[in-house]
Design a protein around this ligand. Sequence first.
Ligand code: FNR
Length: 422
Amino acid sequence: MIIYSQLEHKDEQLSPIKKNMNSESKKIFSTQDALKIAKQRLPRVIFDFIEGAAGREVSALQNLTRFDEIILQPRVMQDVETRSLHTTFLGQNYDLPFGIAPMGMCNLAWPGADQTLARAAQEFNLPVCLSSAASSSIEDMRSWAGENSWFQLYVGSSIEASLDLVDRARNAGYETLVLTVDVPQVSRRLRDLRNGFQMPFSMTPKLFMDFATHPHWSLATLWQGVPEPINFKSISGHKKFDRNASRAGADWEFLDRLRTKWKGHLIVKGVTSAEDAVLIQQAGADAIYVSNHGGRQLDSAPAAIDVLPRIRQAVGADYPLIFDSGVRNGEDVVKALAMGADFVMLGRPFMFALGAEGARGVNALIRILGEDASLTLAQTGLADIGDVSAHMLDKCPPELILESLTSKQNATKKTNGMKRNH
Ligand code: FNR
């Protein structure tokens, strides 16, 4: 277990990668730092693919601003010298309460990015979720990240092709499957449309100039061959992954079928409606992943953090919930937990860290997020991340008031391998 309060004076607590400052960026102190460096290093078409969102990008912006509006109440004179971020989720122990969200085409940010994320996931003991649209194979990711790897499934019009991916994931040894349901169709992302982002790239004069003016990226990435989604390629009779094709195969009927087929942990990702959450819970999913896809799907969608308390209330105090969309620092991680999540994922921050400095960026980001979350515990009078609850919110959402009272009474109750109570 990493005890972050002791980072400075007890180096022996840390794994070698965290001791060796050469393996960590010295320029990144926040997600914003990583973003700025990535913006300089990456061609515009790539940076915009990562940072961009649906429509006018209102939803993506609100994901961030709504976090800023959440106020945590400091508490003083508690014994917080030794603190733990250790978290158990779906029966697995992690050293940190956050992980890496599924993202297609990470290797566009840095060559071998999936492997870099896998390594970091093992070294820091946090989960990394491989996307169906990744440019690394399901089998390779499992061999790199072992038990720390999850697999995310998109379901296109060919149900059989998607079920083949499920078989491959099971054969490779994955225990956790994330079914993404909020991309019935990829939305209009204006930056991508304007920049001509498509897979595979079709070289236009504009794109050529973009690549030519970012020679470091171009040499490193294009030299190795442009990454492309590879997991769909190997399915006999199934054509290559078409980014714009419908992914609406993930319907209620498919969920029933998948629940029968997949014996491991099943998480349904992309939920912002309390009604949907209850139906998914009733369909037998092991956890719900509250997310608006980082604002990349419906521009008028609610900020994901706003709907989290409502969904917590709907599914009850003990049902496992993961959260992403708009988390940028350790305080946000703690805020999401206080608002009803059991575990937190981040997307773009990892892409920015990769785009900025590859492994050195990712190592820095994870350490910073961990330290920040730990310091947030200290300032709010807590020693254990498992004690985070709605009580620390300055304005407790009405949906959580009853839940937080219940959790106070059951403070030591453990359900479904989870420590947290809301
Ligand atoms: C994504 N996301 C995503 N989600 C998913 O289920 N499958 C995927 O293949 C992808 N691909 C993807 C690519 C890129 C470049 C980004 C930025 C995001 C969504 C991702 O898992 C997550 O929900 C959001 O990124 C969370 O929001 P933040 O943390 O980026 O604000």
